[in-house]
Design a protein around this ligand. Structure first.
Ligand code: BYC
Length: 317
């Protein structure tokens, strides 16, 4: 590393240590840029692929009100994807490159969206647990060091808290309903609890990117700390619903001031993130199909942009 680069890197790290944001035109190490592009684009992909499991229930929502609410939520997820793709683009990567990485399996998206939504209860569980886990993580990302990412998180968190509440409300209605409805809620909780814990990523000791991301304040809390927060906050929510906790090893630890919990099935986690979950292939196939069907919109936009440019050039001449 040259002396000049060393001094640029020192200034960069000092800025981060003083809680100042890094902005698109600021100098940054290549590895910081690369790591951010990886995380932000994967975050964007998660929002967009996450539309599919919930979209599956729009036509089957149990009432017009529920349909309208779910439709609005799914549209919000599309919006989150757009803010995040835009934030990633400020780092010099194009939308087309990111989409290509997703569709060819080079880029990941949150493992949770490879699980099928089998019942209406699953829509409740996703809003409550999946959006709940996402909020835990994203509240901390509001303080991430990269300005455009931090600002998109602030907006996204506001919408996520509404999503979480609509999911929990579905669960309350089911849990306080008929015995069959309560069982539906219990089944959804059982199926989505462990995959929700996996959303926080591998244990800190196994996390490839954590050390660097914490030093650069891309991540503000570790995978295990955020997961613990989520485990602790979910216990009273399950109790309020009158449902059984899916983790039979769960136990309050007075000394730690936290719940101790059973071990996640890490084999299942790695299977899913490596492309072998229930719905991995289906999710990508659907994305490719929708992207191809939308090509005419992109073509029309490009043709329009070219025309506007041409007119502007003629006006100047
Ligand atoms: N799923 O070194 P690690 C939503 C990968 S969507 C898949 O700990 P990192 C919603 C990881 O990418 C909200 N892959 O990584 C939308 C890495 O692989 P690569 C989604 C995972 O980045 C619609 C490798 O494992 N939220 O709310 O330091 C409807 C090693 O991991 C997962 C975000 O995306 C996983 N669960 O930490 C409803 C939050 N975990 O890249 C709801 C932003 C790990 O080397 N992202 N991997 O190939 C983050 O905070 C971090 O990226 C993570 C992982 C905590 C997820």
């Amino acid at each position: 590393m040259s002396t000049n680069e060393q001094s640029l890197e020192t200034t960069f790290q000092n800025k981060i240590d003083s809680e100042l944001k890094i902005e698109p035109k600021d100098w940054m190490p290549d590895a910081y840029r690369k790591n951010l592009v990886r995380q932000i684009s994967q975050h964007a992909h998660s929002e967009v692929i996450g539309e599919q499991p919930e979209g599956n229930w729009i036509t089957r929502a149990p009432s017009l009100r529920r349909k309208a609410v779910l439709l609005a939520k799914v549209q919000d997820e599309a919006g989150h994807g757009l803010y995040l793709y835009s934030a990633a683009e400020t780092l010099g990567v194009s939308r087309a490159e990111m989409i290509e990485a997703l569709q060819t399996g080079k880029a990941k998206y949150a493992s949770i969206f490879n699980y099928p939504t089998q019942t209406w209860g699953d829509i409740g569980a996703i809003g409550w647990l999946v959006d709940g886990a996402a909020i835990c993580n994203q509240v901390s990302l509001q303080r991430t060091s990269y300005g455009p990412y931090a600002r998109s998180m602030i907006r996204i968190c506001k919408e996520e808290s509404f999503h979480q509440r609509q999911g929990y409300q579905i669960m309350i209605e089911l849990a306080k309903g008929t015995p069959e409805q309560k069982q539906l809620a219990q089944d959804s909780l059982n199926r989505f609890y462990w995959p929700s814990l996996m959303m926080f990523g591998p244990h800190d000791s196994e996390s490839a990117h954590s050390a660097k991301s914490m030093k650069w304040k891309i991540k503000r809390e570790t995978n295990d700390d955020l997961r613990q927060k989520f485990i602790d906050q979910t216990v009273p929510q399950i109790e309020f619903l009158g449902l059984e906790h899916p983790d039979k090893a769960l136990k309050w630890n007075e000394k730690r001031g936290h719940y101790d919990s059973g071990e996640i099935d890490w084999e299942e986690f790695y299977n899913v993130i490596n492309g072998n979950g229930h719905c991995n292939r289906q999710r990508i196939e659907h994305h490719v199909k929708a992207h191809e069907e939308g090509a005419w919109v992109r073509d029309a936009q490009n043709a329009y942009n070219a025309k506007v440019k041409q007119r502007q050039a003629q006006a100047v001449a």
